[in-house]
Write a protein that binds this ligand. Structure first.
Ligand code: ATP
Length: 347
């Protein structure tokens, strides 16, 4: 069993900067955990601590029931796949994959078996004699994964492995990685700043901000019920519409009690264009300012009419008065038109 458990993990860099401020995460055996968050939130630092490439200032890192804080990276039974896959240019694909095993003194026959098996899984069998420069970006990335797979580690660690690939290849490799992990059932921790990658890969999603965990759980559950406005605006593209509401509005529209104030969040896809105000829902009059047709769907950027502006955007979240609506298809009203949109409250 290779659970990865972080208990109150902290990191202060020399010079005093506190990059990780007490993080608790429990990744079960065979699960795929994704750490996601904006640049500088500490996700690479956390991953590097699991790998043993950074010292731990406080707390415990436990891999497979063993606290590894003081264990050398090579003895942690992990394999890491990096962003710049760092293949040896002068070596064949076979030798690139075999390199780490040879370093450990493994017998050639066993190395051959492992490399050939990994090459088969990664569909690289026909390319074992090629040099990295004779491969496409995606194939190189697969070789980098092959190097991790042949070691048969307890845990895979991925540090933004797809960020050097173009958009189309990223999507293809994202699917590959997930299929591969399902087949190998190796516990994985994966770092990305791409929320779509995070949503689609994760069994457990850890949303980080400022060295702390904002929310942790199943990705769809986080999408449905973000715990904080940070999570609400970070997960989902375009982001959730966040509107601060005054007491009387909360009371009249959402059935809250007097004295409450809060932030109302509505996903762009939860709006419909309608003249009705649904029971238990909210309706907003909008003037259309911009339209983006992307094929299967259309994004409408509207501003709330001045006289009807009963809601104001939270500072720093959305431009004042702007609401994003997502509708299926390409049929949309024209720029400058006034429409009404409504959304029903979700429990
Ligand atoms: P990115 O997506 O940009 O890679 P990240 O979430 O992975 O960001 P980290 O690289 O973990 O972020 O960095 C977290 C914070 O720690 C940042 O503010 C960074 O400047 C700081 N930091 C990283 N390495 C060091 C270091 N060696 N010394 C001091 N501060 C550091």
């Amino acid at each position: 069993m290779a659970n990865v458990t972080l208990r109150n993990v902290r990191k202060t860099y020399p010079g005093g900067f506190e990059a990780i401020k007490g993080v608790n995460v429990d990744v079960g055996d065979g699960q795929f955990c994704v750490l996601v968050g904006p640049s500088g939130c500490g996700k690479s630092t956390l991953l590097r601590m699991v790998a043993g490439l950074e010292t731990v200032t406080g707390g415990e890192i436990d891999i497979g029931g063993r606290v590894v804080n003081q264990v050398e990276p090579a003895d942690r039974d992990i394999a890491m796949v990096f962003q710049n896959y760092a293949l040896y240019p002068h070596m064949s694909v076979f030798n690139n994959m075999a390199y780490g095993l040879r370093n450990r003194g493994m017998k050639e026959a066993e190395i051959k078996t492992r490399v050939e098996e990994a090459a088969r899984v990664l569909e690289l069998s026909a390319m074992l004699e090629r040099k990295p420069r004779q491969l496409s970006g995606g194939q190189r990335q697969r070789v980098a994964m092959g190097r991790a797979i042949v070691r048969q580690p307890k845990v895979f660690l991925f540090d933004e492995p797809l960020s050097n690939l173009d958009a189309k290849l990223r999507i293809a490799m994202r699917v590959e990685i997930r299929k591969l992990q399902r087949r190998l059932k190796t516990t994985s921790v994966y770092v990305t700043h791409d929320q779509l990658e995070a949503m689609t890969l994760a069994d457990i999603l850890v949303v980080m901000n400022g060295g702390q965990v904002e929310q942790i759980g199943n990705p769809l559950a986080i999408y449905e019920k973000p715990a904080t406005t940070f999570v609400a605006s970070f997960i989902g593209a375009p982001p959730m519409n966040l509107m601060s509401m005054r007491t009387e509005e909360i009371k009249s529209q959402l059935g809250g009690s007097a004295g409450e104030a809060g932030i109302l969040g509505i996903r762009p896809e939860d709006f419909v264009i309608t003249d009705q105000t649904p029971a238990g829902g909210v309706a907003l009059p909008l003037t259309i300012e911009a339209i983006e047709r992307v094929g299967a769907e259309t994004f409408i950027y509207g501003s709330r009419a001045q006289d009807e502006q009963r809601v104001a955007a939270t500072p720093g979240e959305l431009p004042p008065g702007e609401v994003i609506v997502r509708i299926p298809g390409t049929e949309a009203p024209a720029i400058g038109e006034k429409i009404r949109v409504a959304a029903v409250r979700q429990k």
